[in-house]
Design a protein around this ligand. Structure first.
Ligand code: KIV
Ligand code: ZN
Length: 518
């Protein structure tokens, strides 16, 4: 029985998913949840790629203490210096450096020979080792790399000081038998491999990422790189929850353990969905809405008689809260706090106060408040991740009339503004047009999704949207039993992020002007 290390790259490879951008405070919140989930390593970002990524790695390295914190770097001194600087405050830091090794990448992208590639990899690992104790090397596109060359480069980086060697299937091209052959060959033949952790990193372009990761474990990989909900570039990465539960449920076939607290899987998935607005499809294994729903009569009958007839794991094992009618209009703060505690959330006094206010508003409009409503309220109530320059004061919408008409009044830095009237194709377009007339920059709506979190006509609608402001993307979310209200709140959430980004940029410019002047 071996211990399989879980290397979570939700905040790096996962964040590379279109639309999955998170703010600094959102990343920190996710990192704390990953710590509670029990991951061994958090890859917090790619520091040289942007100031935001640098700040995220630096902040997570400072605040999240138990897991190893990793930062990504290309195999160059500049990248490595930047990553090492971001990792400075970590209790345990890992510098993850990578260089493509397949002939396709060497010829067309890097335009270097195999020897130059090998020299650069060795130089990068040697240099990284002078700055950070733990160095991981990834030969990018390893599964399309000539196996003898891959073996040589793995041996060379081990000799140079890498303590983890990761084998990425960068384009999701491999199949399980091929993974077994490649990992098996490295385990059997690469000199020094017994002294390092061999890792695997699979993309899901053919839907084989989890199967390939398990095949790698079978043949000797002891670290799996993965993301919550399987988010990531293109078709995504290996889904953390799937690979972990395969190891738990099929321990007969994969007799290994991880440090994951499986009861935190559902919560981790939910939090990521709230933060990114990207929800897993309903039939997604482990964390999809239907993953434990039995629809067919025969199945329901079987489960009622004996759960194991149609259930290979219990919902409780992955932390799905039992849905039940809970609180009502007359419930107080203590009851609300207790229910949140039952659901696994420890609220600060501030969060409880904010959630309680929203709960009361909702209880006036909705008879049955379900656990999903409470979770929605909690996330809605704690979304003040950037200063809320603009707040909604009044919203009046005329529905069922074409064109739609909406009247909006905002608070700007707490000061009541003038009433704006917007006209649009429908109520949403009209409300957005009314908001547009009150803000100091132009926005373009890029994407909008509405999802009902609970059954019934009085469900809380959660709205996630994406806007473009001067070529930059900002996401927003809002939740309300009234979808137009929820959409305007989501719109303002994104607008406040854009306003905050512009304030930060102006400050940075002023500072650099000042320095130039000196
Ligand atoms: O997919 C990939 O090759 C990567 C590397 C940076 C590990 O994400
Ligand atoms: Zn990747």
């Amino acid at each position: 029985m071996a211990r399989i290390e879980i290397f979570d790259t939700t905040l790096r490879d996962g964040e590379q998913s279109p639309g999955a951008t998170m703010t600094l405070s959102e990343k920190l919140r996710m990192a704390h949840q990953l710590e509670a989930l029990g991951v061994d390593i958090i890859e917090a970002g790619f520091p040289i790629s942007s100031t935001d990524d640098f700040n995220a790695v630096q902040m997570i390295a400072k605040e999240v203490r138990r897991p190893v914190i990793a930062g990504l770097a290309r195999a160059t001194r500049l990248d490595i210096d930047r990553a090492a600087e971001a990792l400075e405050n970590a209790d345990r830091a890992r510098l993850h450096t990578f260089l493509a090794t397949s002939s396709i990448h060497l010829q067309h992208k890097l335009k270097i020979s195999e020897q130059q590639c090998l020299d650069q990899a060795v130089e990068a690992v040697t240099y990284a080792k002078t700055l950070v104790d733990e160095v991981e090397f990834s030969p990018e596109d390893a599964l399309r790399t000539d196996l003898p060359f891959l073996t040589r480069i793995v041996e060379a980086v081990i000799e140079a000081g890498a303590s983890v060697v990761n084998i990425p299937d960068t384009v999701g091209y491999a199949h399980p038998a091929q993974i077994r052959e490649v990992i098996g060959t490295l385990v059997a033949q690469a000199k020094g491999v017994e002294n390092v952790v061999l890792s695997v990193h699979c993309h899901n372009d053919l839907g084989l990422a989890v199967a390939n990761s398990l095949a790698a474990i079978e043949t000797g990989a002891r670290q799996v790189e993965c993301t919550v909900n399987g988010i990531g570039e293109r078709a995504g990465n290996t889904a953390l929850e799937e690979v972990v539960m395969a190891l738990v449920v099929r321990n007969d076939a994969y007799p290994h353990v991880t440090g994951i607290n499986t009861r935190e899987l559902h919560r981790s998935s939910q939090l990521l969905s709230y933060l990114t607005g990207i929800h897993p499809q309903p039939n997604k294994a482990i964390v999809g809405k239907n993953a434990f729903a039995h629809e067919a009569g025969i199945h329901q009958d079987g489960v009622l008689k004996e759960r194991t007839t149609y259930e290979i794991m219990t919902p409780e094992l992955v932390g799905v809260p039992e849905s039940q009618l809970v609180l009502g209009k007359h419930s107080g703060r203590n009851a609300l706090n207790r229910r949140y505690r039952d659901l696994g959330y420890e609220l600060t006094t501030e969060d409880l106060e904010r959630s309680y206010k929203l709960f009361k508003l909702l209880a006036d409009q909705k008879k049955a408040i379900l656990d999903e409503d409470l979770i929605s309220i909690l996330h809605h109530g704690t979304m003040e991740d950037v200063p809320q320059r603009f707040k909604l004061h009044t919203l009046d919408v005329v529905c069922g009339k074409r064109p739609g008409e909406a009247q909006v009044r905002l608070l700007d830095e707490g000061v009541e503004g003038e009433l704006s009237v917007g006209i649009g194709d429908g109520p949403l377009a009209a409300a957005f047009a009314a908001v547009d007339a009150l803000i100091p920059f132009k926005t373009q709506l890029d994407d909008l999704a509405i999802q009902a979190n609970t059954p019934g006509g009085d469900a809380v609608g959660e709205v996630n949207l994406r806007i473009l402001v001067q070529g930059r993307t900002f996401t927003g979310r809002g939740a309300s039993p009234d979808v137009v209200d929820g959409a305007v709140r989501a719109y303002l959430h994104a607008i406040n992020k854009a306003a905050h980004a512009s304030t930060l940029e102006t400050k940075a410019m002023e500072q650099s002007n000042y320095l130039w002047g000196v």
